[in-house]
Write a protein that binds this ligand. Sequence first.
Ligand code: GDP
Ligand code: CA
Length: 322
Amino acid sequence: MRITALAGGIGGARFLTGLKAARPDAEITVIGNTGDDIWVHGLRVCPDLDTVMYTLGGGISVERGWGREGETFTVKDELAAYGVEPTWFGLGDKDIATHLIRTQSLNAGFPLSEITTALCEHWQPGVTLIPMTDDRAETNVIIEDENGRRAIHFQEWWIKYRASIPAQGFALVGVDQAKPAPGVLEAIETADIVLLPPSNPVVSIGTILQVPGIREAITTTAAPVVGLSPIVGGAPVRGMADACLTALGIETTATAVAAHYGARGNGGVLDGWLVDAADAHSVTAIEAVGITAKAVPLMMTDVDATAAMANAAIALAESLRK
Ligand code: GDP
Ligand code: CA
C-alpha cells in the first residue's frame, strides 16, 4: 500500500511513528513543510524536515520533541557570549552537523530535496521524505506592536515571542513562484491513501497546500483523503496552534478546522476527518459540510495509541474509497 502524508514538525512526526508501526509494509511518502525554514548564523535550518527525520530515525529528543537526544548547546552559548543575534533559536551542537552539511550542499548547488534524501540515508527514517518545494516559500507573520505594523519571520514570532503578539495574518513569501519538489505531485497522484496528520492546519499543512499544484493534486487524486484533528476538546494538545487559527478567524475546534479544510468535491481537501472521542458531539456538524467524520481517541501518548489512530485513519479511508 502506498500512503502519502503531509507533515509539519512534532505532530506530524509523532503520527508518522504510529503510521509506520501500524503499517510496517506500506510505502510511505512524507511531504514536509519548509515554510518554517530559516538562516541562523549562516546555517540553513529546516526544523520540520529535521523533526520528521530525527523522530523516525530514532535521534529526536523525546522530552523536547525537537532537536537531538543528549544534545549540548556549547556553540549557542559561545555565540550568545559574543552578543550575536539571534540568541533565541535553539541550535544544538549535534544538530549543527546536519545544518553544516545542508548549507555546504546548498552552496554547492544541490536542491534541498536531494540533500534531504542524502541526510535520510544516514537517518533511515523508513519513509521517503520530500520537502514541499526546493524553492523559497517562507512563512512570515504580520504583527503590529510599538514598532508599527510589520512582517517578521515565523520563527521569531513562534519562538522569540511565543506567539504572544496577535498575528494579523500570514504571508508565505515566494510561494507564487515556488514549484512542488520532484516527486511531490506523483506521490499524491499515485497514492492509495492520502493522510493529513494532526499537524498545524495553518502554518504546517496550510503552508504545504499553498505551493502551486499541491492543493489541486489533493482535490483530484483518486485516493481517499483523511485528516486527523490537531484540536482536542477545543485546544491544541501542545503548542500554540490556537494563535494561528485565531489570526485567520477560525475557531479552535475540531469542527472549525474540518470546515476550514473543506470537503473534496466542494473545493476542499477532505473526504474523512477523525476527531477525538471527547469531540464526538461534533461529528454531526462535520458531516453536514460533506466530510465523513468519526470519533476515536486522538492523544499520541505512546506508539500503540498513535498506531491505533493511524489504523483508524486507514480504515476510514478504505471505507471512503470510490
Ligand atoms: P510543529 O511544526 O512542530 O508545530 O508540528 P506540527 O505542525 O506537525 O504539529 C503541531 C500540532 O500537533 C499542534 O498544533 C497540536 O495541535 C498537534 N498535536 C500535538 N500532539 C498531539 C496529540 O497527541 N494529539 C493530537 N490530536 N494532536 C496533537
Ligand atoms: Ca513547524
